[in-house]
Design a protein around this ligand. Structure first.
Ligand code: NAD
Length: 409
């Protein structure tokens, strides 16, 4: 039983994530006050939540009384009206200055014992905590989209986060029926940090000769719920594109040129009917689009690549080994407490095939000595970023696997 009991919560932000997070809290019996500086957004969000509950009733998942009880726990509020809550979860735009401004405001407003959490996907939790006078009460609660459905909750421990605060977050995760994994603080935490290296390989292969549907087919053939380009279509290709524009950098990298061209053409993914694939009106069925293949070819040839055939074996090899090597670095740095934690992140948040046990367990199954050889081979062919993580060298020398490794402390 945790010492900090969370009875009243507030959510800041009524966008995609705020909506799901509010439902997670209300469904777990927690009264939640909802703040957004855009009243129209809040109104639409409340209507969307009410409709989700009505849909759950129509589907027979909950009865009307339960739907009413859940809905009654949610109330619209402004900042002054949340001063007595035990926990705030912030889910506004992914922008450090904006989050810092909100945390400064919350710190001045809330009781000293209240916990302040951010749903940031990748920003520095310590930089957010640093603007408050209570960094020990600050942590990341990284939900996945849609938050009321996805099982994973990454709980991000800042340098100053107090153990009872972490325990309260774990207890909250359990109450919400989540699979909680504690992560250290680094860009992207466990899941998105690994995803970055995996997606980078996928994008490189588009330039070298593969087409999006081929990359996705290879990974889906392995058992992933979705290949990376289908995933981008669901998430929205424009999110990273806009973030690069805001940051004023990264737009020129070869690997994002296909994304840039798709976004410039208004192809943002499923929501705009076209992205890496085509979608018929009202359909979520991803249809192969030859126009996208032509665009990929044009971009890569324009950048001077000489395209070659890339088969499913190479696609799998490069994407999986990118995940495993980054996972090993995450383990080595103590960002994840165990290989099992990394696997739980990938199984519950990223659609990794359950029968393969997660990327680290898959690597153990292959034999780490073989994984190391394959990484060395890739390093010889394509450069230093494939250099095996130090932990892989150490485990292979000791005849051990990832499952044998435990982070110290
Ligand atoms: P969104 O754009 O859908 O919603 C953001 C909301 O914040 C908007 O309703 C906006 O009006 C509100 N807002 C902005 N400034 C505000 C302020 N000062 N006070 C109150 N409200 C304010 O964003 P989203 O997709 O829900 O993402 C929110 C956060 O969650 C980001 O940090 C994002 O990185 C993270 N996240 C997103 C996803 C995803 O798939 N969308 C997944 C995991 C984490």
């Amino acid at each position: 039983m945790s010492q900090i009991d969370i009875q009243r919560a507030a959510v800041i932000g009524a966008g995609t994530m705020g909506r799901g997070i509010v439902m997670c809290l209300a469904n777990a019996g927690i009264a939640v006050r909802w703040v957004d500086n855009n009243p129209q957004m809040l109104e639409q969000a409340l209507a969307a939540v009410t409709e989700t509950y009505a849909h759950n009733v129509r589907q027979g998942r909950i009865d009307q009384a339960e739907a009413d009880a859940r809905r009654a726990r949610i109330s619209v509020a402004d900042y002054p009206a949340i001063r007595d809550v035990d926990l705030v979860i912030e889910a506004v735009y992914e922008n450090l200055e904006l989050k810092q401004q909100i945390f400064r405001q919350l710190d001045g407003l809330l009781q000293p014992q209240a916990i302040l959490a951010s749903n940031t996907s990748a920003l520095d939790i310590d930089a957010i905590a640093a603007v408050t006078r209570r960094p020990q009460q600050v942590l990341g609660l990284h939900f996945f989209s849609p938050a009321h459905i996805m099982k994973l909750l990454e709980i991000v421990r800042g340098a100053a986060t107090a153990p009872p605060v972490l325990e309260a977050a774990l207890a909250l995760g359990e109450r919400m029926g989540k699979v909680s994994v504690v992560s250290g603080n680094c860009p992207g935490f466990i899941g998105n940090r690994m995803l970055r290296t995996y997606v980078l390989e996928a994008r490189k292969m588009l330039l070298e000769g593969a087409f999006p549907y081929q990359v996705d087919a290879a990974l889906q053939g392995f058992g992933f719920a979705m290949g990376p380009f289908r995933m981008y279509d669901v998430v929205g290709i424009d999110l990273e594109w806009r973030a690069r524009q805001l940051a004023g950098k990264g737009q020129e990298a070869h690997e994002v040129q296909v994304d840039n061209r798709l976004c410039e053409a208004g192809r943002f993914g499923q929501k705009s009917g076209n992205g890496y694939y085509h979608y018929e009106p009202g359909s979520r069925q991803a249809e192969h689009d030859v126009q996208v293949d032509a665009l990929v070819q044009e971009v890569s040839e324009g950048l001077g690549y000489r395209r070659r055939d890339i088969g499913p074996e190479e696609i799998l090899e490069r994407c999986l080994l990118a995940l495993v090597n980054e996972g090993a670095k995450i383990l080595e740095e103590g960002i994840a407490g165990s290989a099992q934690d990394i696997d739980r992140v990938y199984l519950n948040g990223y659609g990794f095939p359950a029968d393969k046990g997660g990327p680290m367990s898959w690597a153990d199954g292959q034999g780490l000595a073989s994984i190391r050889q394959r990484l060395l081979q890739l390093q010889a062919e394509s450069g230093a970023h494939w250099r095996p993580a130090r932990l892989i060298d150490e485990l292979v020398s000791a005849g051990k696997g990832f499952a044998d490794h435990r982070a110290i402390g």
